[in-house]
Ligand binder design. Structure first.
Ligand code: ADE
Length: 229
């Protein structure tokens, strides 16, 4: 997989892509991430990428010109499955969407900023608009990092334990069950006996039971989906 991120604040993306699992995935050659500074595609002498909104109103709007130049340059290099715009009014990111997008080969992610982006970008260049939740961030960079992380961790070979992405919360429409590690007894706070029993079948059964309990208590909406209601 290859992900090209377009942003006017590339510094904001340095840390998320350069540590831990996302870094290892790139080092192993399982994903290629390229961050593009929108300002480098500006023809303005001050490298400006935004301007006032026509019709007035507070806030600057990202201009179509540098974005179009950047997307067209990328498209001249390879073809893309999706050109994604991160925006609070997009479709809310869910595990199913992450699963689907993790199967794609080449993705562009455009980060919005300020008041947003000229509507013509959305109409003519964007194939998908994604939100990471019903709240407004200062820009799309953190949202792009969240989306990229949710995809990259699903790529084969990225996680050490191949089964661990499958046992994530939401993968089977259930939240994940509780987990414990050593010590088995911390000042009288004990790990459930079944987990120490070595009985794989019983452990699996216990985990499923706890996942159902937890989902019913915390996310009845997801429980309904799990039961197919
Ligand atoms: N940009 C600003 N807020 C956002 C959100 N909630 N999701 C995606 N992109 C955003």
């Amino acid at each position: 997989m290859r992900i090209d991120v377009i942003t006017c604040l590339p510094e904001l993306l340095e840390s998320p892509f350069n540590h831990s699992i996302l870094k290892r995935a790139q080092t192993k050659g399982l994903v290629e991430v390229a961050v593009h500074n929108l300002r480098e595609y500006s023809t303005n002498k001050h490298r400006a990428v935004d301007d006032y909104a026509f019709g007035g109103g507070a806030g600057m709007v990202l201009q179509i010109e540098p974005i179009a130049r950047c997307i067209e340059f990328l498209k001249s290099e390879r073809s893309y499955d999706e050109v994604i715009y991160m925006t609070p009014d997009g479709q809310t990111l869910q595990q199913g969407m992450a699963n689907e997008l993790s199967l794609k080969k080449n993705l562009i992610i455009l980060c919005g900023h300020y008041k947003g982006v000229d509507e013509r970008v959305r109409e003519h260049f964007i194939t998908r608009e994604i939100s990471i939740g019903d709240y407004v961030l200062s820009g799309g960079e953190l949202a792009a990092a969240v989306l990229a992380d949710s995809l990259i961790r699903l790529l084969p070979g990225v996680l050490n334990d191949e089964t661990s992405a499958l046992s994530d919360s939401f993968q089977d429409d259930l939240l994940a069950p509780p987990v414990y590690t050593r010590p088995a007894d911390y000042n009288g706070m004990k790990v459930p006996d079944v987990l120490l029993s070595g009985h794989a079948g019983k452990i699996e059964e216990w985990r499923h039971e706890k996942a159902v309990e937890r989902t019913e208590a915390r996310r009845p909406d997801i429980m309904k989906k799990h039961k197919g209601e």
